[in-house]
Design a binder for this molecule. Structure first.
Ligand SMILES: NC(=O)c1ccc[n+]([C@@H]2O[C@H](COP(=O)([O-])OP(=O)(O)OC[C@H]3O[C@@H](n4cnc5c(N)ncnc54)[C@H](OP(=O)(O)O)[C@@H]3O)[C@@H](O)[C@H]2O)c1
Length: 301
Protein backbone atom coordinates (compact mmCIF):
# COMPACT_ATOMS: atom_id res chain seq x y z
CA UNK A 1 0.00 0.00 0.00
CA UNK A 2 1.43 3.40 -0.98
CA UNK A 3 0.91 5.98 1.79
CA UNK A 4 2.42 9.42 2.41
CA UNK A 5 5.23 7.72 4.39
CA UNK A 6 6.18 5.38 1.53
CA UNK A 7 9.71 6.08 0.25
CA UNK A 8 10.16 5.22 -3.42
CA UNK A 9 13.57 5.07 -5.07
CA UNK A 10 13.17 5.28 -8.86
CA UNK A 11 15.96 4.16 -11.20
CA UNK A 12 16.06 5.40 -14.80
CA UNK A 13 13.70 8.23 -13.84
CA UNK A 14 15.12 10.68 -16.39
CA UNK A 15 13.35 8.98 -19.30
CA UNK A 16 9.90 8.92 -20.90
CA UNK A 17 8.16 6.90 -18.23
CA UNK A 18 10.11 8.49 -15.37
CA UNK A 19 8.57 11.88 -16.12
CA UNK A 20 5.04 10.55 -15.49
CA UNK A 21 6.11 8.37 -12.56
CA UNK A 22 7.80 11.27 -10.79
CA UNK A 23 4.92 13.64 -11.45
CA UNK A 24 2.27 11.11 -10.33
CA UNK A 25 3.94 9.58 -7.26
CA UNK A 26 5.73 12.60 -5.79
CA UNK A 27 2.26 14.04 -5.07
CA UNK A 28 1.40 11.18 -2.73
CA UNK A 29 4.64 10.01 -1.12
CA UNK A 30 8.41 10.58 -0.87
CA UNK A 31 10.16 9.94 -4.20
CA UNK A 32 13.86 9.97 -5.00
CA UNK A 33 14.48 10.09 -8.74
CA UNK A 34 17.77 8.76 -10.08
CA UNK A 35 19.31 8.10 -13.50
CA UNK A 36 22.66 8.15 -15.29
CA UNK A 37 21.16 10.94 -17.39
CA UNK A 38 20.73 13.75 -14.87
CA UNK A 39 18.58 15.96 -17.10
CA UNK A 40 16.44 17.69 -14.42
CA UNK A 41 17.21 19.25 -11.07
CA UNK A 42 15.01 16.65 -9.29
CA UNK A 43 17.17 13.77 -10.57
CA UNK A 44 20.37 12.52 -8.95
CA UNK A 45 23.00 10.20 -10.41
CA UNK A 46 22.72 6.46 -9.90
CA UNK A 47 24.04 3.72 -12.18
CA UNK A 48 22.19 0.41 -11.67
CA UNK A 49 25.14 -1.53 -13.09
CA UNK A 50 27.13 -0.54 -10.01
CA UNK A 51 25.96 -2.83 -7.19
CA UNK A 52 27.89 -0.98 -4.45
CA UNK A 53 26.51 2.43 -5.45
CA UNK A 54 22.94 1.13 -5.45
CA UNK A 55 23.58 -0.44 -2.04
CA UNK A 56 24.93 2.89 -0.67
CA UNK A 57 21.90 4.71 -2.06
CA UNK A 58 19.58 2.22 -0.36
CA UNK A 59 21.37 2.56 2.98
CA UNK A 60 21.17 6.36 2.78
CA UNK A 61 17.66 6.88 1.38
CA UNK A 62 16.02 3.85 3.06
CA UNK A 63 13.39 3.19 0.38
CA UNK A 64 10.41 0.98 1.16
CA UNK A 65 9.76 0.51 -2.58
CA UNK A 66 12.02 0.58 -5.65
CA UNK A 67 10.61 1.33 -9.10
CA UNK A 68 13.18 -0.07 -11.49
CA UNK A 69 12.82 1.76 -14.80
CA UNK A 70 16.49 2.00 -15.82
CA UNK A 71 17.22 0.29 -19.12
CA UNK A 72 18.91 0.62 -22.46
CA UNK A 73 15.84 1.03 -24.65
CA UNK A 74 17.31 1.60 -28.12
CA UNK A 75 16.85 -1.69 -29.99
CA UNK A 76 19.56 -1.01 -32.57
CA UNK A 77 22.07 -0.04 -29.85
CA UNK A 78 21.22 -3.22 -27.92
CA UNK A 79 21.62 -5.33 -31.06
CA UNK A 80 25.09 -3.92 -31.74
CA UNK A 81 26.17 -3.85 -28.08
CA UNK A 82 24.64 -6.99 -26.65
CA UNK A 83 27.03 -7.18 -23.68
CA UNK A 84 26.09 -3.63 -22.71
CA UNK A 85 22.42 -4.54 -23.06
CA UNK A 86 22.89 -7.49 -20.70
CA UNK A 87 25.01 -5.43 -18.28
CA UNK A 88 22.28 -2.81 -17.89
CA UNK A 89 19.02 -4.63 -18.52
CA UNK A 90 19.92 -8.00 -16.98
CA UNK A 91 22.73 -7.46 -14.42
CA UNK A 92 21.37 -4.03 -13.43
CA UNK A 93 18.00 -5.64 -12.77
CA UNK A 94 19.58 -8.51 -10.85
CA UNK A 95 21.39 -5.94 -8.66
CA UNK A 96 18.03 -4.37 -7.83
CA UNK A 97 16.41 -7.76 -7.12
CA UNK A 98 19.26 -8.91 -4.85
CA UNK A 99 19.32 -5.66 -2.87
CA UNK A 100 15.53 -5.55 -2.54
CA UNK A 101 15.70 -9.03 -1.08
CA UNK A 102 18.52 -8.14 1.33
CA UNK A 103 16.82 -4.95 2.56
CA UNK A 104 13.23 -6.21 2.42
CA UNK A 105 12.14 -3.61 -0.14
CA UNK A 106 9.13 -4.05 -2.42
CA UNK A 107 10.61 -4.36 -5.91
CA UNK A 108 8.83 -3.19 -9.04
CA UNK A 109 10.26 -3.86 -12.47
CA UNK A 110 9.16 -2.45 -15.82
CA UNK A 111 9.42 -5.05 -18.55
CA UNK A 112 8.19 -4.89 -22.13
CA UNK A 113 6.02 -6.43 -24.83
CA UNK A 114 9.33 -7.08 -26.61
CA UNK A 115 9.88 -10.31 -24.66
CA UNK A 116 7.46 -12.10 -27.01
CA UNK A 117 8.31 -13.36 -30.50
CA UNK A 118 5.34 -11.73 -32.21
CA UNK A 119 4.18 -14.88 -33.99
CA UNK A 120 0.80 -14.93 -32.34
CA UNK A 121 -1.73 -12.14 -32.72
CA UNK A 122 -1.92 -11.05 -29.10
CA UNK A 123 -0.15 -12.08 -25.87
CA UNK A 124 -1.76 -12.34 -22.45
CA UNK A 125 0.06 -12.41 -19.10
CA UNK A 126 0.22 -16.22 -19.15
CA UNK A 127 1.84 -16.65 -22.58
CA UNK A 128 5.45 -17.80 -22.79
CA UNK A 129 8.12 -15.22 -23.62
CA UNK A 130 10.48 -15.97 -26.51
CA UNK A 131 12.43 -12.79 -27.30
CA UNK A 132 13.91 -12.35 -30.78
CA UNK A 133 16.35 -9.46 -30.25
CA UNK A 134 18.94 -8.50 -27.62
CA UNK A 135 16.76 -5.81 -26.09
CA UNK A 136 14.02 -8.40 -25.51
CA UNK A 137 16.46 -11.08 -24.35
CA UNK A 138 18.15 -8.80 -21.83
CA UNK A 139 14.81 -7.47 -20.55
CA UNK A 140 13.46 -11.00 -20.19
CA UNK A 141 16.54 -11.96 -18.18
CA UNK A 142 15.54 -9.14 -15.80
CA UNK A 143 12.07 -10.67 -15.39
CA UNK A 144 13.62 -14.06 -14.63
CA UNK A 145 15.89 -12.60 -11.90
CA UNK A 146 12.91 -10.93 -10.24
CA UNK A 147 10.92 -14.15 -10.29
CA UNK A 148 13.79 -16.25 -8.97
CA UNK A 149 15.15 -13.93 -6.25
CA UNK A 150 11.98 -12.36 -4.88
CA UNK A 151 8.86 -13.57 -3.15
CA UNK A 152 6.85 -10.37 -3.43
CA UNK A 153 7.34 -8.25 -6.50
CA UNK A 154 5.53 -6.60 -9.38
CA UNK A 155 6.52 -6.78 -13.01
CA UNK A 156 4.56 -4.47 -15.31
CA UNK A 157 4.75 -4.81 -19.09
CA UNK A 158 3.85 -1.73 -21.13
CA UNK A 159 3.33 -1.71 -24.89
CA UNK A 160 4.42 1.08 -27.26
CA UNK A 161 5.10 3.91 -24.84
CA UNK A 162 3.72 7.41 -25.45
CA UNK A 163 5.03 10.04 -23.05
CA UNK A 164 7.82 12.27 -21.86
CA UNK A 165 7.02 15.23 -24.13
CA UNK A 166 9.24 16.79 -26.83
CA UNK A 167 12.35 16.74 -24.60
CA UNK A 168 12.24 13.11 -23.47
CA UNK A 169 10.14 11.14 -25.94
CA UNK A 170 12.50 8.94 -27.96
CA UNK A 171 9.92 6.74 -29.59
CA UNK A 172 7.37 6.68 -32.39
CA UNK A 173 5.29 9.80 -31.61
CA UNK A 174 8.42 11.96 -31.43
CA UNK A 175 9.91 10.37 -34.54
CA UNK A 176 6.78 11.20 -36.56
CA UNK A 177 6.69 14.76 -35.22
CA UNK A 178 10.39 15.28 -35.93
CA UNK A 179 9.72 14.41 -39.57
CA UNK A 180 6.80 16.84 -39.71
CA UNK A 181 8.96 19.57 -38.16
CA UNK A 182 11.72 18.90 -40.67
CA UNK A 183 9.27 19.87 -43.42
CA UNK A 184 8.43 16.44 -44.86
CA UNK A 185 5.21 16.40 -46.87
CA UNK A 186 5.07 12.62 -47.20
CA UNK A 187 5.61 10.15 -44.38
CA UNK A 188 6.32 6.45 -44.93
CA UNK A 189 4.95 4.32 -42.12
CA UNK A 190 4.88 0.57 -41.62
CA UNK A 191 1.66 -1.36 -41.67
CA UNK A 192 3.15 -4.71 -40.68
CA UNK A 193 4.01 -3.95 -37.04
CA UNK A 194 1.19 -4.17 -34.54
CA UNK A 195 1.03 -3.10 -30.93
CA UNK A 196 -0.89 -1.67 -28.00
CA UNK A 197 0.10 1.96 -27.36
CA UNK A 198 0.53 2.82 -23.67
CA UNK A 199 0.29 6.32 -22.21
CA UNK A 200 2.78 6.88 -19.40
CA UNK A 201 0.28 8.73 -17.15
CA UNK A 202 -2.35 6.00 -17.43
CA UNK A 203 0.38 3.45 -16.81
CA UNK A 204 1.53 5.26 -13.63
CA UNK A 205 -2.07 5.52 -12.40
CA UNK A 206 -2.76 1.84 -13.00
CA UNK A 207 0.52 0.92 -11.28
CA UNK A 208 -0.72 2.62 -8.12
CA UNK A 209 -4.01 0.72 -8.31
CA UNK A 210 -2.26 -2.65 -8.64
CA UNK A 211 0.41 -1.97 -6.01
CA UNK A 212 -2.31 -1.01 -3.54
CA UNK A 213 -4.17 -4.23 -4.29
CA UNK A 214 -1.13 -6.27 -3.08
CA UNK A 215 -1.83 -8.96 -5.70
CA UNK A 216 1.84 -9.44 -6.50
CA UNK A 217 3.09 -10.78 -9.81
CA UNK A 218 3.34 -10.04 -13.51
CA UNK A 219 0.89 -7.82 -15.37
CA UNK A 220 0.53 -6.74 -18.98
CA UNK A 221 -0.46 -3.08 -18.68
CA UNK A 222 -1.44 -1.29 -21.89
CA UNK A 223 -4.07 1.14 -23.08
CA UNK A 224 -7.36 -0.07 -24.55
CA UNK A 225 -7.36 -0.58 -28.30
CA UNK A 226 -4.60 -1.67 -30.65
CA UNK A 227 -3.19 -0.72 -34.01
CA UNK A 228 -0.33 -0.69 -36.48
CA UNK A 229 2.36 1.98 -36.61
CA UNK A 230 0.41 3.35 -39.58
CA UNK A 231 -2.73 3.67 -37.42
CA UNK A 232 -0.80 5.63 -34.79
CA UNK A 233 0.72 7.97 -37.40
CA UNK A 234 -2.71 8.54 -38.96
CA UNK A 235 -4.13 9.43 -35.56
CA UNK A 236 -1.27 11.88 -34.90
CA UNK A 237 -1.98 13.68 -38.19
CA UNK A 238 -5.70 13.71 -37.44
CA UNK A 239 -5.24 15.20 -33.97
CA UNK A 240 -2.78 17.81 -35.27
CA UNK A 241 -5.13 18.62 -38.14
CA UNK A 242 -2.46 17.83 -40.73
CA UNK A 243 -4.28 15.12 -42.68
CA UNK A 244 -4.76 17.30 -45.73
CA UNK A 245 -1.24 18.73 -45.70
CA UNK A 246 0.80 15.58 -45.16
CA UNK A 247 0.54 12.38 -47.15
CA UNK A 248 0.81 9.10 -45.29
CA UNK A 249 2.15 6.20 -47.30
CA UNK A 250 1.92 2.59 -46.12
CA UNK A 251 5.11 0.54 -46.40
CA UNK A 252 6.31 -2.74 -44.95
CA UNK A 253 9.22 -3.10 -42.53
CA UNK A 254 11.70 -3.90 -45.33
CA UNK A 255 11.49 -0.24 -46.29
CA UNK A 256 13.40 0.65 -43.09
CA UNK A 257 15.63 -2.42 -42.84
CA UNK A 258 18.88 -0.42 -42.93
CA UNK A 259 17.86 2.09 -40.27
CA UNK A 260 15.93 -0.31 -38.03
CA UNK A 261 17.95 -3.48 -38.47
CA UNK A 262 17.14 -5.12 -35.12
CA UNK A 263 14.56 -7.90 -35.61
CA UNK A 264 11.17 -6.76 -34.35
CA UNK A 265 8.16 -8.94 -33.51
CA UNK A 266 5.31 -8.71 -36.03
CA UNK A 267 2.83 -8.35 -33.20
CA UNK A 268 3.60 -6.73 -29.85
CA UNK A 269 -0.05 -6.63 -28.93
CA UNK A 270 -0.59 -7.32 -25.24
CA UNK A 271 -3.83 -8.28 -23.59
CA UNK A 272 -4.12 -7.03 -19.99
CA UNK A 273 -6.06 -10.17 -19.12
CA UNK A 274 -4.96 -10.43 -15.48
CA UNK A 275 -5.82 -6.81 -14.73
CA UNK A 276 -9.26 -7.39 -16.20
CA UNK A 277 -9.84 -10.63 -14.30
CA UNK A 278 -8.85 -8.91 -11.04
CA UNK A 279 -11.03 -5.87 -11.78
CA UNK A 280 -7.92 -3.65 -11.75
CA UNK A 281 -7.86 -2.43 -15.35
CA UNK A 282 -8.17 1.38 -15.44
CA UNK A 283 -6.39 2.43 -18.65
CA UNK A 284 -8.15 4.53 -21.28
CA UNK A 285 -8.20 4.03 -25.05
CA UNK A 286 -4.86 4.94 -26.63
CA UNK A 287 -6.51 7.43 -29.03
CA UNK A 288 -7.95 9.44 -26.14
CA UNK A 289 -4.56 9.32 -24.41
CA UNK A 290 -2.70 10.35 -27.57
CA UNK A 291 -4.96 13.38 -27.91
CA UNK A 292 -4.29 14.34 -24.28
CA UNK A 293 -0.55 13.76 -24.72
CA UNK A 294 -0.30 15.87 -27.88
CA UNK A 295 -2.38 18.70 -26.39
CA UNK A 296 -0.09 18.92 -23.35
CA UNK A 297 2.91 20.32 -25.27
CA UNK A 298 3.77 22.61 -28.18
CA UNK A 299 5.06 20.03 -30.65
CA UNK A 300 5.04 21.85 -33.95
CA UNK A 301 7.73 24.36 -34.90
N1 LIG B 1 9.73 3.28 -24.46
C1 LIG B 1 8.97 2.22 -24.70
O1 LIG B 1 8.27 2.14 -25.73
C2 LIG B 1 8.94 1.08 -23.70
C3 LIG B 1 8.07 0.05 -23.96
C4 LIG B 1 8.02 -1.01 -23.07
C5 LIG B 1 8.81 -1.02 -21.96
N2 LIG B 1 9.66 0.00 -21.70
C6 LIG B 1 10.47 -0.08 -20.47
O2 LIG B 1 10.06 0.98 -19.61
C7 LIG B 1 11.17 1.40 -18.81
C8 LIG B 1 11.31 2.90 -18.90
O3 LIG B 1 11.66 3.19 -20.25
P1 LIG B 1 11.44 4.59 -20.95
O4 LIG B 1 10.46 4.41 -22.02
O5 LIG B 1 11.22 5.65 -19.93
O6 LIG B 1 12.87 4.69 -21.63
P2 LIG B 1 13.96 5.83 -21.59
O7 LIG B 1 13.32 7.11 -21.92
O8 LIG B 1 15.09 5.32 -22.44
O9 LIG B 1 14.39 5.84 -20.05
C9 LIG B 1 15.28 4.91 -19.48
C10 LIG B 1 16.29 5.69 -18.65
O10 LIG B 1 17.20 4.76 -18.05
C11 LIG B 1 18.47 5.35 -18.14
N3 LIG B 1 19.56 4.37 -17.95
C12 LIG B 1 20.19 3.63 -18.90
N4 LIG B 1 21.16 2.88 -18.34
C13 LIG B 1 21.12 3.16 -17.01
C14 LIG B 1 21.89 2.72 -15.89
N5 LIG B 1 22.89 1.85 -16.06
N6 LIG B 1 21.58 3.18 -14.66
C15 LIG B 1 20.57 4.07 -14.49
N7 LIG B 1 19.84 4.56 -15.50
C16 LIG B 1 20.11 4.10 -16.75
C17 LIG B 1 18.48 5.97 -19.50
O11 LIG B 1 19.56 6.86 -19.66
P3 LIG B 1 20.18 7.05 -21.16
O12 LIG B 1 19.11 7.75 -21.94
O13 LIG B 1 21.40 7.85 -20.91
O14 LIG B 1 20.46 5.66 -21.67
C18 LIG B 1 17.12 6.64 -19.52
O15 LIG B 1 17.17 7.92 -18.95
C19 LIG B 1 12.38 0.63 -19.32
O16 LIG B 1 12.64 -0.42 -18.44
C20 LIG B 1 11.95 0.10 -20.67
O17 LIG B 1 12.59 -1.10 -21.00
C21 LIG B 1 9.73 1.05 -22.55
Amino acid sequence: MITKDTRILVTGCGGMLGEAIYSSFSRICVVKATDIDVNKEWISYLDVRDYQSVKREIIEFKPTVIFHLAALTDLEYCEQNSNEAYRTNAIGTENIALLCKEYNILAIHISTAGIFDGKQDVYNDYDCPNPINYYGKSKYAGEVFFKSHLEKYFIFRPGWMMGGGPEKDKKFVKKIIDQINSGKKELFVVLDKLGTPTYTYDFAKNMLEVINSSFFGIYNMVCKGEGSRYDVAREILKILNLEKRIKLTKVDSDFFKKEYFAPRPYSEKLSPLKLKLRGLYKMRNWKVCLEEYLSKYHWLK
